[in-house]
Design a protein. Structure first.
Ligand SMILES: CCCCC[C@H](S)C(=O)N[C@@H](Cc1ccccc1)C(=O)N[C@@H](C)C(=O)O
Ligand SMILES: [Zn+2]
Length: 306
């Protein structure tokens, strides 16, 4: 009812004033947007590790927790992206409420999806103590893990090639949401991946450079560079290892990966299965023999996946 559609305001981590949907609750205002799906709720762990923690509240409609303001604002942005671009209601397509927790742990230099919700650390000395919720690409990355894990087809086991694919899909969709560059982490003072040039941040950009390791769940944040590069080539085109790719644009590339994730990938799909899944998705979306199918085929060939 109308009591619930209250406009809140607050400054984000970078000092910018944002407005967002809040609710009146027990005589206070809380970061609970009841206008999107089953709701968007933002909590704080108060630098503890039990989640979700406490619903962020304020005595007025002004909120003074920049990390929470950004988490809440960007969660709504990514909700709207999935609804408007992919016609998907929340991460599971069923409108399940979207929950975030900020101020997780102490100087925690990461963000993650714990199977049910998004969780953000406050950052540390390596990124100027910038909370991880200050980056739209971070929120989009984490929510996309929720999409992947709720797609009964894929799950994409978080290890080795299926895990690197899981990570790549989160980066790829995040690059369509935060679409003015191909970098990951630029808004949290922590650029750690570049889809256009994975080698810039020590990621492989071709199968011949695949890293077999026990670190990082079998290199899920390392080998994702190979799939990330293929996605970049699909979108912007280019020549890579003597293979030329005709770009089809970021939007079509993201539709192909999203459809592949939901309909054609499975828990232990490897990089070769990702190629097949993207070809099948492009065929379903744009037709056999379409430029899009050709571009997908060539992009995977360019990174050594046939
Ligand atoms: C706790 C277990 C590890 C979870 C890893 C999460 S899903 C993850 O991949 N987080 C992103 C955060 C991110 C997203 C976009 C831009 C910058 C940073 C990530 O890449 N984490 C790196 C630091 C990592 O875990 O190695
Ligand atoms: Zn991730």
């Amino acid at each position: 009812n109308s009591a619930h559609h209250v406009t809140g305001t607050g400054r984000g981590v970078h000092g910018d004033t944002k407005t967002f949907e809040v609710s009146s609750y027990q005589g206070q205002y809380v970061l609970w947007d009841q206008t999107r799906g089953g709701g968007i709720q933002t909590y704080t762990a108060n630098n503890g590790s039990s989640i979700p923690g406490y619903l962020v509240a304020s005595r007025t409609t002004t909120f003074n927790d920049p990390a929470a303001v950004d988490a809440h604002y960007y969660a709504a942005k990514v909700y709207d992206y999935y609804k408007n671009v992919h016609n998907r209601n929340s991460y599971d397509g069923r409108g399940t409420s979207l929950v975030s927790t900020v101020h997780y742990g102490r100087n925690y230099m990461n963000a993650f999806w714990n199977g049910r919700q998004m969780v953000y650390g406050d950052g540390g000395s390596q990124n100027g103590y910038t909370p991880f919720s200050a980056g739209l690409d971070v929120i989009a990355h984490e929510m996309t893990h929720g999409v992947t894990s709720s797609s009964d087809a894929s799950q994409l086991i978080y290890r080795n090639q299926s895990g690197a694919l899981n990570e790549a899909i989160s980066d790829i969709i995040a690059s369509d949401v935060d679409s003015n560059d191909w970098l990951m982490g630029e808004d949290i003072n922590y650029v750690i991946r570049d889809l256009a040039n994975p080698t810039r941040y020590n990621q492989p950009d071709h199968m011949s450079k695949y890293v077999n390791t026990t670190q990082d769940n079998g290199g899920v944040h390392i080998n994702s560079g190979i799939i990330n590069k293929a996605a970049y080539l699909m979108a912007d085109g280019g020549s890579h290892y003597n293979v030329t790719v005709q770009g089809i644009g970021r939007a079509k590339m993201a539709k192909i990966f999203h459809k592949a994730n939901l309909d054609y990938l499975y828990s232990n799909s490897d990089f070769s299965a990702a190629r097949s899944a993207c070809i099948q998705a492009a065929t379903a979306l744009y037709g056999a023999g379409s430029q899009e199918v050709q571009t997908v085929t060539n992009a995977f060939a360019a990174v050594g996946i046939h």
